[in-house]
Write a protein that binds this ligand. Structure first.
Ligand code: UT7
Length: 337
């Protein structure tokens, strides 16, 4: 009996808004913060924010188009957009993105798994391919977190950012570079208040008073989020590596969700991943939630930072709480401009 197909990553692309916001720039001047605090506590020096009028879908289209070009794919069988900041509450953003990309009447849906969105999407896309429901899949992580951040809240305003990253998966074989060999996901809904937008959903549709405007913004219990993130990303990475039989010391490329440099360092240390394997861009990109992992991948492909076939570990944690990890071999993708 023939083995089921394996999902192979064959294209990557990204899009960052042009506007660069440095720690010393005007939006933060009115906050009781400093460049020194932000750098030392988060690792961030600058981030990108969209100009008013640019939506998550706009960034997703650009990243998706770049990934399709890089994979030389003209059509796909599924489009998934993972995001915390869809263009509208309803309908989903993915069908509009698929239409803008000229992909025809393809199945398209949004996936909400906060900062773990990309690991969830990778697991979903892989499952569609393994089940024979799709031969080629476009996965896009896209966010405009600046639109849900309270500019007066120093605990979130300096951290969150905008951007989009995308990958193309196609049906292939386990020994090809880019093969997604394993994924592992988890959640703990008792931790719903780690990071939450209180109003605007069905539980509390509209803030009643103008002074509740901030309830439409993301509130985060930073230190609690920090410790859950370290614990869960470490656990899920260890379990995944055990499952695929890779000693942590053999991991050649490690990309964690770019939440905080101190979280990333701690997870790498606890899991035992070599420092030389760690890839990231939080310094200049900030925390772009579900876009962060494919944004780092795209940068690494353009920099030719990792050889094709290298053992690669991805992991993420986000509000919900939700977490995930994936093991793949580094794809063989020529860098595109
Ligand atoms: O993307 C999903 C996953 N995200 C995460 O996992 C995020 C996890 N959390 C974090 O990255 C960090 O908790 C933050 C960057 C959000 C905050 O850093 P922290 O080191 O945990 O700071 P803290 O909240 O424990 O605050 C330490 C001090 C406090 O002052 P006192 O009480 O010691 O006087 C805060 O009020 O730093 C203060 N503080 C700030 N000071 C200057 C908090 N934010 C700022 C700020 N600038 N922006």
């Amino acid at each position: 009996m023939a083995l089921p197909p394996v999902a192979v990553l064959t294209g990557v692309g990204s899009c960052l808004p042009e506007r660069v916001v440095r720690n010393t720039d005007e939006p933060f001047a009115r906050l009781d913060t400093s460049d020194e605090w932000i750098r030392s506590r988060t690792g961030i020096e600058s981030r990108r924010w969209v100009e008013e009028g640019t939506s998550t879908g706009d960034l997703a289209v650009r990243a998706g188009a770049a990934a399709l070009r890089s994979a030389a794919a003209e059509s796909v069988d599924l489009v998934v957009v993972c995001t915390t900041t869809p263009d509208h509450h309803s309908p989903a953003t993915a069908p509009w993105v698929a239409a803008r990309l000229g992909l025809g009447p393809v199945p398209a849906f949004d996936l909400a798994a906060a900062c773990s969105g990309f690991t969830y999407a990778l697991a979903a896309g892989r499952a569609w391919i393994t089940a024979g429901m799709a031969r080629t899949v476009l996965l896009i992580g896209a966010e405009t977190l600046s639109t849900i951040t309270d500019p007066d809240d120093r605990g979130t305003a300096v951290v969150f950012a905008d951007g989009a990253g995308a990958v193309v998966l196609r049906a292939g074989e386990a020994d090809e570079p880019g093969a997604v060999l394993a994924t592992r996901l988890g959640s703990d809904g008792t931790q719903v208040d780690l990071a939450v937008i209180a109003a605007g959903g069905s539980r509390r549709p509209v803030p009643e008073r103008p002074d509740e405007r901030g309830e439409r913004c993301l509130r985060m219990r930073g230190p609690q989020m920090f410790s859950h993130a370290v614990r869960r990303m470490t656990e899920v990475s260890r379990g995944l590596l055990e499952g695929v039989g890779w000693p942590a010391g053999d991991v050649e490329a490690f990309i964690g969700h770019q939440a905080n440099q101190r979280i990333l360092d701690k997870v790498a240390e606890l899991v035992g991943v070599p420092a030389a394997a760690c890839l990231g861009n939080i310094r200049t990109v900030g925390n772009t939630s579900s876009a962060s992992i494919p944004l780092v991948m795209d940068e690494a492909v353009r920099d030719k930072a990792v050889p094709a076939g290298a053992r690669t570990l991805l992991t993420a944690f986000g509000g919900g709480a939700v977490w995930g990890a994936a093991a793949l071999t580094w794809p063989d993708i020529p860098p595109t401009i």
